[in-house]
Design a protein around this ligand. Structure first.
Ligand SMILES: [Zn+2]
Length: 128
């Protein structure tokens, strides 16, 4: 899926509703999802990526505490089956983040930057 740079063809409320439906499906399967929406301040505090989809309510973190490696793999498969982009615990550790399974509605770079600017009212500081 791609959108034009102006983001005028990106309907955020619709995308949030689609994303929430997918998270609901995961929750019904017993998975705990947290941190769906993050403010700019919270995102900076936790060292989130500049253009984190958490800022738009298009990302969530799936709790892996108490799950076996097989259960984590099953969770990842379930998230991918919903069409979600998944950051695995190993990738999270490599990024210096707490190991959980981060899921987001779109691959990195797909959401037009103009959508962030319009929604948050500021220009995002890029993080390396
Ligand atoms: Zn996350």
């Amino acid at each position: 899926m791609s959108f034009d740079d102006s983001g005028s063809d990106f309907d955020l409320p619709v995308q949030q509703a689609i994303f929430d439906t997918k998270l609901t499906t995961l929750r019904r399967r017993g998975y705990l999802v947290s941190n769906t929406f993050r403010s700019l301040k919270d995102n900076a505090r936790v060292g989130g990526k500049g253009y984190s989809q958490h800022l738009l309510g298009l990302a969530g973190d799936l709790d892996i505490r108490g799950l076996s490696p097989e259960q984590i793999n099953e969770m990842i498969r379930a998230a991918r089956a919903q069409g979600l982009t998944v950051v695995t615990p190993e990738q999270e550790v490599a990024l210096g983040h707490k190991p959980h399974v981060h899921v987001q509605a779109f691959r990195a770079g797909v959401v037009p930057k103009a959508v962030y600017r319009r929604q948050l009212g500021v220009q995002i500081q890029e993080t390396p």
